[in-house]
Write a protein that binds this ligand. Structure first.
Ligand code: KG4
Ligand code: ZN
Length: 407
Protein backbone atom coordinates (compact mmCIF):
# COMPACT_ATOMS: atom_id res chain seq x y z
CA UNK A 1 0.00 0.00 0.00
CA UNK A 2 1.20 3.49 -0.79
CA UNK A 3 0.57 6.17 1.79
CA UNK A 4 0.77 9.91 1.38
CA UNK A 5 1.80 11.63 4.64
CA UNK A 6 1.21 15.32 5.39
CA UNK A 7 2.54 17.19 8.43
CA UNK A 8 2.08 20.91 9.20
CA UNK A 9 1.67 21.07 13.00
CA UNK A 10 4.50 23.47 13.73
CA UNK A 11 7.35 24.91 11.69
CA UNK A 12 8.09 21.98 9.41
CA UNK A 13 6.11 21.53 6.21
CA UNK A 14 6.44 17.91 5.19
CA UNK A 15 5.02 15.52 2.61
CA UNK A 16 6.05 11.92 2.00
CA UNK A 17 5.13 8.82 0.08
CA UNK A 18 5.61 5.66 2.09
CA UNK A 19 5.24 2.08 0.88
CA UNK A 20 3.95 -0.24 3.61
CA UNK A 21 3.16 -3.93 3.73
CA UNK A 22 2.65 -6.73 6.25
CA UNK A 23 0.57 -6.93 9.40
CA UNK A 24 1.20 -5.29 12.78
CA UNK A 25 4.02 -7.61 13.77
CA UNK A 26 5.65 -7.88 10.34
CA UNK A 27 5.07 -4.40 8.92
CA UNK A 28 7.74 -3.27 6.52
CA UNK A 29 8.21 0.21 5.26
CA UNK A 30 10.05 1.79 2.35
CA UNK A 31 10.33 5.54 2.06
CA UNK A 32 9.62 6.21 -1.59
CA UNK A 33 9.68 9.99 -1.45
CA UNK A 34 10.25 12.44 1.36
CA UNK A 35 10.14 16.22 1.11
CA UNK A 36 10.56 18.57 4.03
CA UNK A 37 10.89 22.31 4.33
CA UNK A 38 12.05 23.67 7.66
CA UNK A 39 10.89 27.20 8.43
CA UNK A 40 13.60 27.79 11.03
CA UNK A 41 15.19 30.63 9.04
CA UNK A 42 11.81 32.40 8.79
CA UNK A 43 11.13 32.22 12.53
CA UNK A 44 14.68 32.85 13.72
CA UNK A 45 14.31 36.59 14.17
CA UNK A 46 11.28 36.05 16.43
CA UNK A 47 13.22 33.64 18.64
CA UNK A 48 10.43 31.07 18.33
CA UNK A 49 7.67 29.90 16.02
CA UNK A 50 5.27 32.63 14.92
CA UNK A 51 1.89 30.97 14.08
CA UNK A 52 0.69 33.37 11.34
CA UNK A 53 4.01 33.03 9.53
CA UNK A 54 3.97 29.25 9.92
CA UNK A 55 0.51 29.14 8.32
CA UNK A 56 1.63 31.29 5.40
CA UNK A 57 4.75 29.21 4.80
CA UNK A 58 2.82 25.93 4.90
CA UNK A 59 0.31 27.26 2.35
CA UNK A 60 3.14 28.40 0.10
CA UNK A 61 5.11 25.18 0.24
CA UNK A 62 2.64 22.29 0.37
CA UNK A 63 2.04 21.90 -3.36
CA UNK A 64 5.75 22.19 -4.33
CA UNK A 65 6.59 19.64 -1.61
CA UNK A 66 3.90 17.27 -2.86
CA UNK A 67 5.48 17.51 -6.30
CA UNK A 68 8.95 16.93 -4.84
CA UNK A 69 7.85 13.91 -2.81
CA UNK A 70 6.27 12.34 -5.89
CA UNK A 71 9.27 13.10 -8.09
CA UNK A 72 11.54 11.64 -5.40
CA UNK A 73 9.82 8.27 -5.83
CA UNK A 74 12.07 8.04 -8.87
CA UNK A 75 9.36 7.42 -11.42
CA UNK A 76 7.48 4.90 -9.26
CA UNK A 77 4.63 7.34 -8.82
CA UNK A 78 5.14 9.39 -11.90
CA UNK A 79 3.78 12.83 -12.38
CA UNK A 80 2.12 12.03 -15.68
CA UNK A 81 0.88 15.16 -17.41
CA UNK A 82 -2.75 15.08 -18.38
CA UNK A 83 -1.98 15.73 -22.05
CA UNK A 84 -4.17 18.36 -23.70
CA UNK A 85 -3.93 16.58 -27.06
CA UNK A 86 -6.05 13.51 -27.59
CA UNK A 87 -6.94 13.00 -23.93
CA UNK A 88 -8.15 9.52 -23.07
CA UNK A 89 -11.71 8.95 -22.01
CA UNK A 90 -10.48 8.40 -18.47
CA UNK A 91 -8.77 11.80 -18.49
CA UNK A 92 -11.82 13.55 -19.85
CA UNK A 93 -13.97 11.96 -17.16
CA UNK A 94 -11.46 12.84 -14.41
CA UNK A 95 -11.30 16.48 -15.51
CA UNK A 96 -15.07 16.68 -15.77
CA UNK A 97 -15.57 15.35 -12.24
CA UNK A 98 -12.87 17.71 -11.02
CA UNK A 99 -14.63 20.68 -12.61
CA UNK A 100 -17.82 19.66 -10.79
CA UNK A 101 -15.92 19.76 -7.48
CA UNK A 102 -14.25 23.11 -8.09
CA UNK A 103 -16.51 25.22 -5.87
CA UNK A 104 -16.29 22.71 -3.03
CA UNK A 105 -12.48 22.66 -3.25
CA UNK A 106 -12.29 26.44 -3.51
CA UNK A 107 -14.38 26.80 -0.36
CA UNK A 108 -12.18 24.33 1.46
CA UNK A 109 -8.92 26.10 0.61
CA UNK A 110 -10.06 29.73 0.57
CA UNK A 111 -8.56 30.56 3.98
CA UNK A 112 -5.03 29.70 2.90
CA UNK A 113 -3.65 32.43 0.67
CA UNK A 114 -2.51 31.12 -2.69
CA UNK A 115 -3.07 27.47 -1.84
CA UNK A 116 -6.14 26.90 -3.99
CA UNK A 117 -4.48 28.33 -7.11
CA UNK A 118 -1.39 26.12 -6.69
CA UNK A 119 -3.54 23.12 -5.84
CA UNK A 120 -5.92 23.59 -8.75
CA UNK A 121 -3.10 23.97 -11.25
CA UNK A 122 -1.34 20.84 -9.97
CA UNK A 123 -4.42 18.69 -9.81
CA UNK A 124 -5.47 19.61 -13.34
CA UNK A 125 -2.00 19.09 -14.71
CA UNK A 126 -1.16 15.56 -13.59
CA UNK A 127 -2.79 12.17 -13.43
CA UNK A 128 -3.72 10.88 -10.03
CA UNK A 129 -0.61 9.12 -8.68
CA UNK A 130 -0.84 5.49 -7.48
CA UNK A 131 -1.54 6.37 -3.85
CA UNK A 132 -3.93 4.30 -1.73
CA UNK A 133 -4.52 6.41 1.38
CA UNK A 134 -3.80 9.90 2.66
CA UNK A 135 -2.72 10.55 6.27
CA UNK A 136 -2.54 13.96 7.90
CA UNK A 137 -1.69 15.44 11.29
CA UNK A 138 -4.78 16.92 12.95
CA UNK A 139 -3.13 17.91 16.28
CA UNK A 140 -1.72 18.75 18.71
CA UNK A 141 0.13 21.78 17.40
CA UNK A 142 -0.43 25.34 16.28
CA UNK A 143 -4.01 25.41 15.13
CA UNK A 144 -3.62 27.85 12.19
CA UNK A 145 -0.71 25.72 10.96
CA UNK A 146 -2.60 22.46 11.41
CA UNK A 147 -5.59 23.72 9.42
CA UNK A 148 -3.47 24.21 6.30
CA UNK A 149 -2.46 20.54 6.23
CA UNK A 150 -5.92 19.34 7.21
CA UNK A 151 -7.68 21.29 4.45
CA UNK A 152 -5.03 20.33 1.93
CA UNK A 153 -5.46 16.63 2.77
CA UNK A 154 -9.24 16.91 2.53
CA UNK A 155 -8.96 18.67 -0.83
CA UNK A 156 -6.63 15.97 -2.20
CA UNK A 157 -8.94 13.26 -0.91
CA UNK A 158 -11.89 14.85 -2.69
CA UNK A 159 -10.02 15.51 -5.93
CA UNK A 160 -8.38 12.07 -6.11
CA UNK A 161 -11.25 10.22 -4.45
CA UNK A 162 -9.04 8.69 -1.75
CA UNK A 163 -9.64 7.77 1.90
CA UNK A 164 -7.99 10.02 4.47
CA UNK A 165 -6.85 9.13 7.99
CA UNK A 166 -6.66 11.87 10.65
CA UNK A 167 -3.53 11.26 12.75
CA UNK A 168 -2.45 12.45 16.18
CA UNK A 169 1.03 13.97 15.91
CA UNK A 170 2.07 12.38 19.22
CA UNK A 171 1.06 8.97 17.94
CA UNK A 172 3.43 9.67 15.07
CA UNK A 173 6.28 10.27 17.54
CA UNK A 174 5.36 7.12 19.48
CA UNK A 175 5.03 4.73 16.53
CA UNK A 176 7.51 6.05 13.97
CA UNK A 177 10.57 4.26 15.45
CA UNK A 178 8.81 1.03 14.43
CA UNK A 179 9.64 1.88 10.84
CA UNK A 180 12.85 -0.04 11.60
CA UNK A 181 11.97 -3.74 11.34
CA UNK A 182 14.38 -4.79 14.09
CA UNK A 183 12.62 -2.45 16.50
CA UNK A 184 9.14 -3.67 15.54
CA UNK A 185 10.20 -7.28 16.10
CA UNK A 186 11.09 -6.45 19.69
CA UNK A 187 7.98 -4.46 20.51
CA UNK A 188 5.97 -5.81 23.43
CA UNK A 189 3.40 -4.21 25.72
CA UNK A 190 3.11 -2.43 27.99
CA UNK A 191 5.61 0.00 26.57
CA UNK A 192 6.48 3.49 27.68
CA UNK A 193 7.15 6.46 25.45
CA UNK A 194 8.87 9.66 26.49
CA UNK A 195 8.15 12.44 24.01
CA UNK A 196 10.41 15.44 24.37
CA UNK A 197 10.14 18.20 21.81
CA UNK A 198 9.65 21.94 21.44
CA UNK A 199 5.96 21.59 22.11
CA UNK A 200 5.64 18.45 24.25
CA UNK A 201 6.97 16.64 27.26
CA UNK A 202 4.85 13.57 27.87
CA UNK A 203 5.22 10.15 29.39
CA UNK A 204 2.84 7.84 27.59
CA UNK A 205 1.98 4.34 28.69
CA UNK A 206 1.23 2.18 25.65
CA UNK A 207 -0.96 -0.64 26.93
CA UNK A 208 -1.53 -2.22 23.54
CA UNK A 209 -1.63 -1.16 19.90
CA UNK A 210 -3.23 2.32 19.71
CA UNK A 211 -4.19 2.13 23.40
CA UNK A 212 -2.50 5.00 25.22
CA UNK A 213 -2.60 6.59 28.62
CA UNK A 214 -0.73 9.81 29.23
CA UNK A 215 0.66 9.25 32.73
CA UNK A 216 2.70 12.43 32.96
CA UNK A 217 3.21 15.70 31.17
CA UNK A 218 4.74 19.09 31.72
CA UNK A 219 2.72 21.54 33.76
CA UNK A 220 4.32 24.50 31.99
CA UNK A 221 7.18 24.67 29.47
CA UNK A 222 8.10 21.75 27.23
CA UNK A 223 11.73 20.57 27.45
CA UNK A 224 12.66 21.93 24.02
CA UNK A 225 10.98 25.22 24.85
CA UNK A 226 13.07 25.51 28.02
CA UNK A 227 16.22 24.79 25.99
CA UNK A 228 15.22 27.49 23.50
CA UNK A 229 14.47 30.07 26.21
CA UNK A 230 17.66 29.43 28.16
CA UNK A 231 19.59 29.64 24.89
CA UNK A 232 18.16 33.11 24.35
CA UNK A 233 19.36 34.15 27.83
CA UNK A 234 22.83 33.06 26.75
CA UNK A 235 22.54 35.02 23.47
CA UNK A 236 22.42 31.85 21.41
CA UNK A 237 20.35 31.67 18.19
CA UNK A 238 17.06 29.78 17.70
CA UNK A 239 16.55 26.83 17.90
CA UNK A 240 18.53 26.83 21.11
CA UNK A 241 18.62 23.12 21.93
CA UNK A 242 21.48 22.16 19.62
CA UNK A 243 23.35 25.37 20.59
CA UNK A 244 23.15 24.66 24.33
CA UNK A 245 24.22 21.10 23.74
CA UNK A 246 27.23 22.23 21.68
CA UNK A 247 28.22 24.94 24.14
CA UNK A 248 27.98 22.57 27.12
CA UNK A 249 30.67 20.34 25.57
CA UNK A 250 33.17 23.12 24.98
CA UNK A 251 36.18 24.45 26.95
CA UNK A 252 38.63 23.05 29.43
CA UNK A 253 37.02 20.88 32.10
CA UNK A 254 39.23 22.08 34.95
CA UNK A 255 38.53 25.76 34.21
CA UNK A 256 34.82 25.01 34.13
CA UNK A 257 34.95 23.09 37.39
CA UNK A 258 36.58 26.09 39.05
CA UNK A 259 33.91 28.46 37.71
CA UNK A 260 31.14 26.12 38.81
CA UNK A 261 32.49 25.95 42.35
CA UNK A 262 33.41 29.62 42.64
CA UNK A 263 29.99 30.88 41.54
CA UNK A 264 28.02 27.94 42.88
CA UNK A 265 26.33 27.15 39.56
CA UNK A 266 23.67 24.73 40.75
CA UNK A 267 20.13 24.72 39.35
CA UNK A 268 17.08 22.93 40.76
CA UNK A 269 15.76 19.59 39.49
CA UNK A 270 12.03 20.51 39.56
CA UNK A 271 9.58 17.83 40.69
CA UNK A 272 12.27 15.16 40.69
CA UNK A 273 10.90 13.69 43.91
CA UNK A 274 7.20 14.26 43.29
CA UNK A 275 4.99 11.18 43.50
CA UNK A 276 3.44 11.72 40.05
CA UNK A 277 5.01 11.57 36.61
CA UNK A 278 4.51 15.21 35.72
CA UNK A 279 7.26 17.66 34.87
CA UNK A 280 7.87 21.37 35.26
CA UNK A 281 10.63 23.30 33.55
CA UNK A 282 9.49 26.87 33.99
CA UNK A 283 11.06 27.21 37.47
CA UNK A 284 14.35 25.85 36.21
CA UNK A 285 14.33 28.37 33.37
CA UNK A 286 13.61 31.18 35.86
CA UNK A 287 16.47 30.03 38.10
CA UNK A 288 18.83 30.37 35.16
CA UNK A 289 17.43 33.84 34.42
CA UNK A 290 17.86 35.03 38.04
CA UNK A 291 21.30 33.51 38.27
CA UNK A 292 22.48 35.40 35.18
CA UNK A 293 20.82 38.60 36.44
CA UNK A 294 22.54 38.24 39.81
CA UNK A 295 25.94 37.87 38.18
CA UNK A 296 25.36 40.92 36.01
CA UNK A 297 24.32 42.98 39.03
CA UNK A 298 27.51 41.93 40.79
CA UNK A 299 29.49 42.94 37.70
CA UNK A 300 30.68 39.40 37.13
CA UNK A 301 31.68 38.96 33.50
CA UNK A 302 29.81 36.06 31.89
CA UNK A 303 32.62 34.74 29.74
CA UNK A 304 32.07 32.04 27.09
CA UNK A 305 33.47 29.51 29.61
CA UNK A 306 30.98 30.72 32.21
CA UNK A 307 28.16 30.37 29.67
CA UNK A 308 29.29 26.85 28.96
CA UNK A 309 29.09 26.01 32.70
CA UNK A 310 25.55 27.41 32.84
CA UNK A 311 24.54 25.47 29.70
CA UNK A 312 25.99 22.26 31.10
CA UNK A 313 24.34 22.59 34.50
CA UNK A 314 20.99 23.39 32.87
CA UNK A 315 21.33 20.38 30.59
CA UNK A 316 22.32 18.16 33.54
CA UNK A 317 19.30 19.36 35.54
CA UNK A 318 16.91 18.58 32.66
CA UNK A 319 18.52 15.19 32.08
CA UNK A 320 18.37 14.19 35.75
CA UNK A 321 14.65 14.94 35.90
CA UNK A 322 13.85 13.14 32.63
CA UNK A 323 15.83 10.04 33.54
CA UNK A 324 14.58 9.85 37.10
CA UNK A 325 10.89 10.27 36.23
CA UNK A 326 11.04 7.85 33.32
CA UNK A 327 12.79 5.22 35.45
CA UNK A 328 10.17 5.54 38.15
CA UNK A 329 7.40 5.17 35.55
CA UNK A 330 8.79 2.06 33.87
CA UNK A 331 9.38 0.41 37.21
CA UNK A 332 5.86 1.12 38.40
CA UNK A 333 4.21 -0.12 35.18
CA UNK A 334 6.66 -2.95 34.55
CA UNK A 335 7.13 -1.99 30.92
CA UNK A 336 9.02 -3.99 28.32
CA UNK A 337 10.02 -1.23 25.94
CA UNK A 338 11.04 2.37 26.31
CA UNK A 339 10.64 4.55 23.22
CA UNK A 340 12.10 8.06 23.09
CA UNK A 341 10.80 10.57 20.57
CA UNK A 342 10.80 14.25 19.66
CA UNK A 343 13.48 16.73 18.63
CA UNK A 344 15.21 16.88 22.02
CA UNK A 345 16.26 13.22 21.66
CA UNK A 346 18.93 14.59 19.31
CA UNK A 347 20.70 15.72 22.49
CA UNK A 348 23.76 13.51 22.92
CA UNK A 349 23.96 13.99 26.68
CA UNK A 350 20.31 12.95 27.13
CA UNK A 351 20.68 9.95 24.80
CA UNK A 352 23.77 8.77 26.67
CA UNK A 353 22.08 9.18 30.04
CA UNK A 354 19.20 6.93 28.93
CA UNK A 355 21.58 4.38 27.43
CA UNK A 356 23.47 4.27 30.70
CA UNK A 357 20.32 4.07 32.80
CA UNK A 358 18.93 1.16 30.79
CA UNK A 359 22.04 -0.92 31.49
CA UNK A 360 20.64 -1.44 34.99
CA UNK A 361 17.36 -2.70 33.50
CA UNK A 362 18.44 -5.16 30.81
CA UNK A 363 14.92 -6.59 30.48
CA UNK A 364 13.81 -3.29 28.95
CA UNK A 365 14.48 -2.66 25.30
CA UNK A 366 15.39 0.98 24.65
CA UNK A 367 14.44 2.51 21.30
CA UNK A 368 15.99 5.86 20.43
CA UNK A 369 15.15 6.68 16.82
CA UNK A 370 17.63 8.40 14.53
CA UNK A 371 17.11 12.16 14.38
CA UNK A 372 15.69 11.86 10.84
CA UNK A 373 12.64 10.23 12.43
CA UNK A 374 12.58 11.87 15.86
CA UNK A 375 12.18 15.46 14.66
CA UNK A 376 8.92 16.44 12.97
CA UNK A 377 8.40 14.91 9.54
CA UNK A 378 5.68 13.35 7.39
CA UNK A 379 7.00 9.79 7.58
CA UNK A 380 5.99 9.52 11.22
CA UNK A 381 2.43 10.42 10.25
CA UNK A 382 2.33 7.89 7.41
CA UNK A 383 3.73 5.13 9.68
CA UNK A 384 1.12 5.87 12.36
CA UNK A 385 -1.49 5.98 9.57
CA UNK A 386 -0.54 2.47 8.44
CA UNK A 387 -0.97 1.09 11.96
CA UNK A 388 -4.33 2.88 12.19
CA UNK A 389 -5.32 1.24 8.91
CA UNK A 390 -4.08 -2.22 10.00
CA UNK A 391 -5.90 -2.02 13.30
CA UNK A 392 -9.21 -1.27 11.68
CA UNK A 393 -9.59 2.44 12.34
CA UNK A 394 -11.91 3.93 9.76
CA UNK A 395 -10.86 6.59 7.31
CA UNK A 396 -13.23 9.54 7.33
CA UNK A 397 -13.25 13.13 6.16
CA UNK A 398 -15.17 14.53 9.09
CA UNK A 399 -12.33 15.91 11.21
CA UNK A 400 -10.97 19.24 12.35
CA UNK A 401 -7.56 20.55 13.30
CA UNK A 402 -7.34 20.42 17.10
CA UNK A 403 -4.49 22.36 18.66
CA UNK A 404 -4.74 20.72 22.10
CA UNK A 405 -5.50 17.18 20.97
CA UNK A 406 -4.21 14.58 23.41
CA UNK A 407 -3.51 10.90 22.96
O1 KG4 B 1 10.31 17.57 17.58
P1 KG4 B 1 10.80 18.91 17.13
O2 KG4 B 1 11.60 18.95 15.87
O3 KG4 B 1 9.61 19.89 16.93
C1 KG4 B 1 8.58 20.03 17.83
O4 KG4 B 1 7.58 19.23 17.74
O5 KG4 B 1 8.69 20.90 18.70
O6 KG4 B 1 11.64 19.54 18.35
C2 KG4 B 1 12.25 20.80 18.28
C3 KG4 B 1 12.89 21.10 19.61
C4 KG4 B 1 13.43 22.52 19.72
O7 KG4 B 1 12.98 23.10 20.92
C5 KG4 B 1 14.94 22.32 19.73
O8 KG4 B 1 15.62 23.30 20.46
C6 KG4 B 1 15.06 20.96 20.38
O9 KG4 B 1 13.99 20.21 19.84
N1 KG4 B 1 16.34 20.32 20.08
C7 KG4 B 1 17.27 20.04 21.02
C8 KG4 B 1 18.38 19.49 20.32
N2 KG4 B 1 18.08 19.47 18.99
C9 KG4 B 1 16.84 19.98 18.87
N3 KG4 B 1 17.25 20.20 22.34
C10 KG4 B 1 18.33 19.83 23.03
N4 KG4 B 1 19.44 19.32 22.45
C11 KG4 B 1 19.51 19.14 21.12
N5 KG4 B 1 20.61 18.64 20.54
ZN1 ZN C 1 6.72 16.82 17.22
Amino acid sequence: MRILGIETSCDETAVCVLEAQGDVSTAQFTILGNALYSQIAVHKEYGGVFPALAKREHAKNLVPLLGQALIATGGLLQLIPLGPENPSEKTIEFLQTLADKKTQLQTLLKREIGLFDDFWKFINEYERPAIDIITVTIGPGLEPALWVGVNFAKALAIAWNLPVYPINHLEGHVLSPLIEAHQLQKIAFPALSLIISGGHTELVLIKDWLDYEVIGRTKDDAVGEAFDKVARMLDLPYPGGPEISKLAEQFDLQTKKEIKEKYNVVFPRPMINSQDFDFSFSGLKTSVLYFIKKQKEANVEITPEFKSVIAQEFQDAVTDVLVSKTKKAFEQYDVKNLILGGGVTANTHIRQAFEKMILQSPHIHLIIPPTTISTDNAIMIAVAGYFNFLLGRQAHANFNATGNLSL
